[in-house]
Each structure stands twice: as structure tokens, then as C-alpha cells.
Write a new protein. Structure first.
Length: 314
């Protein structure tokens, strides 16, 4: 009989250990951000630190790791300014023609000195002296011109190789790249509405509504989290959600999809109850404040914004 009385207490403790951060996303970083999934979102005024890398994502993680933000991997193609500096051969290797020409020129001069004929075959008067200077200026000008020509050509080649595209081409585009976009006030209004509606559908355990506001990947995560709560006879309820502040991190286009990652700070009441409605985690009177980065996606020309990722602020 004594053990029977302890069962409700043991059940409550079991639920308490497994329901922390039970709001949508479970306090994890989940989802996909297109080609930016494994890149750190740009910092904002309300997320000055690094965002936490994805804990779960359908987008494969690229490799190898690089010395950027902690936990993030390098993009598929190295971007200019990142990674180890490119190997730069020595001057004679880079300009064998000019090195050989200058070496031959100086060698002939020193040979003249050693043989007693002077630097340029002997200078026996003012005419020879000015002739020597004239030759030096002409040859020096030719060398400078050729050096500049080779230098500009090499710089263009290095720029092309660092971006993986021909010299002069734009680093953005629909060909595997991303193009920055500008958002409107209606877009930001949609983001705030989605924040509130997703929390409400989550609390009502309305998977049909969640599926209409999130990508199939995010819907799968939400379904798994709600199922895990239900298997323990628990339910998470988020109420009194109040949007406090938002700040755009980045917005871009890939092909026919437009993405937007927005840092959002909001307050809410987050409680988890048992099957009898008793609170086993959280507080119904003490609101909590959360700052997360939500990424939304939509198809250009049709459809609405839907949620594609949630990341925790670092």
C-alpha cells in the first residue's frame, strides 16, 4: 500500500525530468535553412552572440569543419577571406620570363665591369653617360609595364578561383547561390502572426494546423515531440504569448524559394500538466522570456510564409 501511494510522486518526478523546455521545438535547434543551414546566422541587436548550431536537420552537414563560429562547418565552396591562405609561389616562379630577362641584363652589366668594359660597355664621356641613363629608363619602364600586366591578370584569376566563378561574374544568382532580398512590413506581420498561431496550435495539439504553418520536416519534429509527451500522459500548454521585439538576421532567395531568418524575443506562460491537469513543470503565474531565431520560407509568387527552422540564441 505504501508503494502504491508513492506512484503519483514517482510519475510526477519522471515527467519533470523529461519536460523541461517543452515549448514548440523543445528548446532545441531544429530544421533547415536551405544552403545556410550549417552557416551561423548573422548577429542581431537582440542576438549578439552566436546562434546554437542545428541539433537536428534534414540537410546533410558539410565537411570538413573550419575555424569559424563554434560548431559550424564550412560551406561547400570556400568563401573569400576564410580558410587557410592560398599558397603564393616565389617571384622567380611566378615570373620566369621577367626574372630571366632582368638576370641576363644585370649579368651582362656585371660581366662588362669585370672584363674592364664598364657597366654598359664603357662610359667614356657625357654622351655615353646619358645614353646609359636613357637605356635604364626605357628598360625599367618596360619591366614595370609587364609586371602590372601580369599582376592584374593574376589578381583576376585569384578572384575567380576563390569564388568558383569566372572573373567579373556576380557571386549571387540562382545557380546554386543565394540572392539577398528586401522584406516588407506585411512580411514581418506574417512572422509575428505565425509565432502566435504556431504556439496556439501546439497547445491544442492540432497537428493539422501545425502542418499548414510549417514545413514537413518541422511538422515531423512537432509530431514526435507531442507524441513523446502523450506517451507519458503529459501535455504542454503555452499561453499568454506576447511578442516583444524582432530583428531581421538575413533574408535571401534560392531558386524559387525565399528564406528569412528573424530573431524574436517573446514572453509566455509555459506549463506541462499530467493527465489530470496538475502542473508538473513550469509555472502558470511566472511568465518566461525566450529569444529564438525562426526561419521562414515561401515559394515565390505563391503560398504563404511557413516555418522551416528554430534556433536557440547562443
Amino acid at each position: 500500500m505504501r508503494n502504491f501511494r508513492l506512484l503519483p510522486i514517482a510519475f510526477a518526478v519522471f515527467c519533470l525530468l523529461g519536460t523541461a523546455d517543452a515549448r514548440p521545438g523543445g528548446g532545441s535547434s531544429i530544421g533547415s535553412r536551405g544552403s545556410h543551414t550549417w552557416s551561423a546566422p548573422p548577429r542581431t541587436s537582440i542576438t549578439p552572440g552566436w546562434a546554437r548550431p542545428m541539433d537536428q536537420s534534414a540537410t546533410p552537414r558539410p565537411s570538413p569543419n573550419y575555424g569559424g563560429a563554434p560548431g559550424y562547418a564550412a560551406p561547400a565552396r570556400p568563401m573569400p577571406g576564410y580558410g587557410a591562405p592560398a599558397y603564393r609561389p616565389s617571384y622567380p616562379v611566378r615570373h620566369p620570363f621577367l626574372s630571366g630577362f632582368a638576370g641576363g641584363f644585370l649579368g651582362a652589366g656585371f660581366f662588362g665591369l669585370l672584363s674592364g668594359h664598364g657597366m654598359m660597355g664603357g662610359m667614356t664621356g657625357g654622351t655615353s653617360f646619358f645614353g646609359f641613363l636613357f637605356q635604364v629608363l626605357i628598360i625599367g619602364g618596360l619591366i614595370a609595364f609587364v609586371l602590372r600586366l601580369f599582376g592584374n591578370r593574376r589578381q583576376n584569376q585569384m578572384s575567380a578561383s576563390s569564388t568558383g566563378m569566372p572573373a567579373g561574374a556576380s557571386p549571387f544568382g540562382n545557380n546554386g547561390g543565394s540572392t539577398p532580398v528586401t522584406l516588407t512590413n506585411d512580411d514581418y506581420t506574417s512572422f509575428q502572426r505565425l509565432l502566435l498561431d504556431i504556439q496556439a496550435a501546439w497547445s491544442a495539439q492540432n497537428m493539422r494546423a501545425l502542418a499548414s504553418m510549417a514545413t514537413p520536416e518541422m511538422t515531423g519534429y512537432f509530431n514526435a515531440q507531442l507524441s513523446e509527451l502523450a506517451s507519458r500522459g503529459a501535455r504542454n500548454i503555452v499561453s499568454n504569448v506576447q511578442f516583444q521585439r524582432g530583428d531581421l538576421s538575413e533574408a535571401w532567395r534560392e531558386g524559387n524559394l525565399t528564406y528569412a531568418t528573424v530573431a524574436m524575443r517573446y514572453a509566455m506562460t509555459d506549463v506541462t500538466t499530467d493527465s489530470m491537469g496538475n502542473v508538473i513543470d513550469g509555472s502558470s503565474t511566472e511568465p518566461m522570456t525566450v529569444t529564438e531565431l525562426w526561419t521562414f520560407v515561401r515559394a515565390d509568387g505563391r503560398g504563404n510564409w511557413i516555418l522551416s527552422a528554430i534556433q536557440q540564441a547562443g
